[in-house]
Design a binder for this molecule. Structure first.
Ligand SMILES: Cc1cc2nc3c(=O)[nH]c(=O)nc-3n(C[C@H](O)[C@H](O)[C@H](O)COP(=O)(O)O)c2cc1C
Length: 213
């Protein structure tokens, strides 16, 4: 496998590389390319993780959305430190981001909500007054009725967040690496084909290093 993470030719910051891999994963048909596993911790340090969908990736970070209150939104309100993992196993790639999560300004969250499919907008309203689990479809139907032909506003509990990374690790291996890798035996695995580079923010600029995979 050719070296794909040649530090000499990598961009000065991680976000352009991340956006490029994101496009590559989506273009390759990797299932769930937008999904990232977000890990948070409560004030006592107890971790928890779950999948969220990344909506925008740009120089300032990665945005995602969540209804509030949930465990993640409570954790983040008390402790904004977080980590997120994109696992693009179909192209043999992983990106791990660690940094701080901030709340998006209301106008940005409004715009993101407005861009969502209507059924998700109505579902967000159904979540706003949590019905019993079995009644969610009924709650969504009531919301459909309530909003009629109008465009639903953003419910106050539907929030946007931006993960601003301070460390970003890019891992690349042979396609099929990850959970579904075939067992090739102790001496025949393509170990040398794994690569990892790290971008770390220090004094306002990114430092790039090659790490053991
Ligand atoms: C593919 C996939 C995408 C998801 N996207 C989101 C999302 O964008 N935002 C969200 O709040 N939950 C999303 N969820 C649900 C979360 O994983 C989680 O169950 C929920 O947010 C409650 O998590 P919490 O109590 O840990 O905060 C998604 C789940 C899956 C499997």
């Amino acid at each position: 496998v050719a070296i794909q993470l040649d530090v000499v030719s990598l961009p000065a910051g991680p976000m352009r590389l991340l956006a490029g891999w994101f496009d590559e994963a989506r273009g390759s048909g990797t299932p769930g390319a937008r999904a990232m596993v977000l890990a948070t911790a409560d004030p006592s340090g107890a971790p928890s993780a779950r999948t969220v969908l990344a909506t925008v990736i740009d120089d300032s970070g990665v945005t995602f959305h969540s209804s509030h209150p949930t465990r993640k939104t409570r954790d983040l309100a008390a402790n904004p430190r977080a980590s997120a993992v994109f696992g693009w196993y179909g192209i043999g790639a992983q990106v791990v981001l660690t940094g701080t999560v901030e709340l998006l300004p209301a106008a940005e969250a409004d715009a993101a909500f407005a861009a969502r499919p209507r059924y998700l907008q109505l579902l967000a309203w159904a979540y706003e007054r949590p019905p019993a689990q079995e009644d969610l479809a009924g709650a969504a139907a009531r919301e459909r009725e309530r909003w009629g032909g109008r465009v639903p506003d953003r419910p106050p509990g539907w929030l946007g967040f931006r993960l601003r990374p301070e460390v970003v690790d890019f891992w690349r291996g042979p396609v099929g690496a990850g959970p579904a890798a075939p067992d090739t035996g102790p001496d025949t695995g393509p170990d040398t084909a794994h690569e990892r580079v790290r971008y770390a923010l220090g004094a306002g600029s990114w430092h790039l290093s090659r790490e053991l995979p």
